[in-house]
Ligand binder design. Structure first.
Ligand code: GTP
Ligand code: MG
Length: 163
């Protein structure tokens, strides 16, 4: 099982990666490039899953080397945790919609939820979930808020993908 952490640059993918994975993290360069990514593992029920901190991408129509690599990685992933910046929802949804078009099993971590609240940004999470037909879980990667819930909802998308 390969879990990909994907999202725009600077949305908290690496912070979430650290929360999900243990100590055995490998940092590598994507073959033939200087683009770095991290690989770790997490326990998912009885199984170990591989978690990959994919380089940030705004689009799946690549404009940068990092985006090209993100797309390559997407081909080998089983499920995507799409990390979305709750303070920049509209911009972030561009990539989200492209991922949905690819019919990748996906769950959304609506991250930086703390800043969004402080800024008075109100997001109707249930409505967003219905609109996208995808689980959406508010998270604060730097404190760990919402991470357990995020992980607990992963099986929903995994089951849906094997049906
Ligand atoms: N307030 C707040 N800050 C966060 C949260 N998650 C991450 N950050 C901060 O946001 C910044 C970016 O976090 P990263 O985890 O490096 O983001 P990233 O998506 O890995 O960034 P790139 O690898 O550059 O694409 C850091 O300063 C984090 O401390 C969050 O939930 N709330
Ligand atoms: Mg990062």
């Amino acid at each position: 099982m390969k879990i990909l952490l994907m999202g725009n640059p600077n949305v908290g993918k690496s912070a979430l990666f650290s929360r999900l994975t243990g100590v055995n993290v490998i940092v590598s360069n994507y073959p033939g490039t200087t683009v770095e990514f991290k690989k770790g593992t997490m326990k998912l029920g009885e199984q170990w899953a591989e978690v990959i901190d994919v380089p940030g991408a705004y689009t799946l129509e690549p404009t940068t080397k990092a985006e090209e690599i993100a797309i390559e990685m997407l081909k080998n992933g089983d499920v995507v945790i799409n990390v979305v910046d709750a303070t920049n929802l509209e911009r972030n949804l561009y990539l989200t919609l492209q991922l949905l078009e690819r019919k990748m099993p996906m769950i959304i971590a609506l991250n930086i939820w703390d800043d969004a609240k402080h800024k008075g940004i109100i997001i109707d999470v249930e409505r967003l979930e219905k609109l996208l037909n995808t689980p959406v879980v508010p998270t604060v990667a730097i404190t760990g808020e919402g991470i357990k819930k995020l992980v607990s909802r992963l099986p929903e998308v995994l089951c849906a993908s094997t049906n």
